[in-house]
Design a protein around this ligand. Structure first.
Ligand SMILES: [Zn+2]
Length: 367
């Protein structure tokens, strides 16, 4: 099965919109033409020489990577460092490079969803929810057309709060307007103020839904000029953000928990703070560098926090109240490859997607 690169990108960005990425990040298509035909994709955590060689051998003209190869602007492509060399090599072999990184971290079913699944955590919630991602849409519509316009908006999936779909608040009133020269009014007469019984509808929408929702609203609305307000909110988005917190099915002793983490996340070792004496039940997780989330994890009442890249002084923050576990950066994120492959395979069951088995961890352990 052949897909256009842009079809694959659309699916990935529907799952993890680029707007969900952190400011420092550089996600999306880094090398390639969206119109390019792709017959096989290779999924990796990092792009290395070995990974590009594997793509060449396998005839995979797309590499989907978790960590972006290009972070900062490139001024030359002369091959003087690893990044330039690999970009040149990819271009020479007509291989597109696509990065899905902190935008995937932010999703409930993203990087941390995979860690939660492997550790057997239940009832997972976002540890540090995103703010400024939600908007309130208010619009005014004649009574008789209110349901039709709401149906159009709800058909996009907007208006969902947690497990409740089609949420709206409606108030009845009346609007006034005077069509003037050049108008082609659905209701009212030229140069006369018209009063119309209208419904004010309020719906909560996400940033990524804005364009779609506004175009559906305008096409279903009877008026030539639709009156609406789009207001940014400071509410927390409970489905997006950094890290997650969930519960183990059965509480367990700290040592048993470390064993579970070591086995399920396939780590050589787990660096951890002092063993705590209470049972571990509530567990916070954050794939990749997570020292910044130690306080939020403690505040959320986590008994343990599984993450990576903790420094010496970070371990002192445990203060016998939480078990801090550093499993290694690569180790904490390694199953993201499988997650991306699984997601794409469900949507494109006949498309060839290969999970690279190359270990791209730049850190080695001498034991
Ligand atoms: Zn990472």
């Amino acid at each position: 099965m052949t897909l256009k690169l842009k079809e694959i990108i659309k699916v990935l960005e529907n799952w993890a919109p680029k707007s969900d990425a952190e400011d420092f990040d550089n996600v999306g298509l880094q090398v390639g033409d969206p119109e390019q035909d792709i017959e096989k994709a290779l999924v990796t955590l990092d792009i290395t020489d070995e990974v590009v060689n594997q793509a060449i051998e396998e005839n995979a003209h797309l590499i989907i990577t978790f960590h972006p190869l290009i972070f900062k602007g490139l001024k030359q492509l002369s091959g003087k460092n690893r990044i330039e060399r690999l970009v040149v090599k990819a271009i020479q072999h007509n291989i597109a490079l696509y990065a899905i990184h902190t935008n995937l971290d932010a999703q409930l079913d993203g990087v941390n969803g995979m860690i939660a699944e492997r550790l057997g955590l239940e009832d997972c919630k976002i540890l540090i929810p995103k703010t400024e991602d939600l908007f309130k849409l208010k619009f005014f519509v004649p009574h008789m057309d209110a349901e039709k316009v709401k149906d159009a908006i709800f058909s996009t999936g907007a208006g969902t709060i947690g497990n409740y779909a089609e949420c709206s608040f409606n108030t009845e009133g009346y609007g006034t307007f005077k069509p003037i020269k050049g108008a082609n009014p659905t209701l009212g007469t030229l140069d006369q103020r018209h009063e119309e019984p209208e419904t004010k509808v309020e719906i909560l929408i996400q940033q990524k839904e804005i364009n779609n929702v506004l175009s559906m609203m305008k096409s279903a609305h009877p008026y030539e000029e639709v009156a609406y307000d789009l207001i940014p909110l400071k509410n927390e988005n409970q489905t997006k953000g950094m890290g997650q917190i969930g519960k183990l099915k059965e509480p367990m002793a700290a040592e048993s928990f470390l064993k579970l983490v070591k086995n399920q996340l396939t780590t050589t070792c787990v660096r951890h703070s002092d063993l705590i004496h209470k049972k571990i039940e509530k567990v916070a997780i954050l794939g990749g560098s997570g020292a910044f989330a130690i306080s939020p994890a403690k505040m959320a009442g986590a008994d343990a926090f599984v993450t990576a890249d903790l420094k010496y002084h970070d371990f002192f923050l445990a203060e016998n109240g939480i078990l801090l576990c550093d499993v290694g950066h690569f180790e904490s994120e390694q199953y993201t490859k499988n997650l991306i492959t699984r997601y794409l395979s469900e949507i494109f069951p006949n498309f060839a997607i290969l999970t690279s088995d190359i270990n791209t961890n730049p850190v080695n352990y001498y034991i």
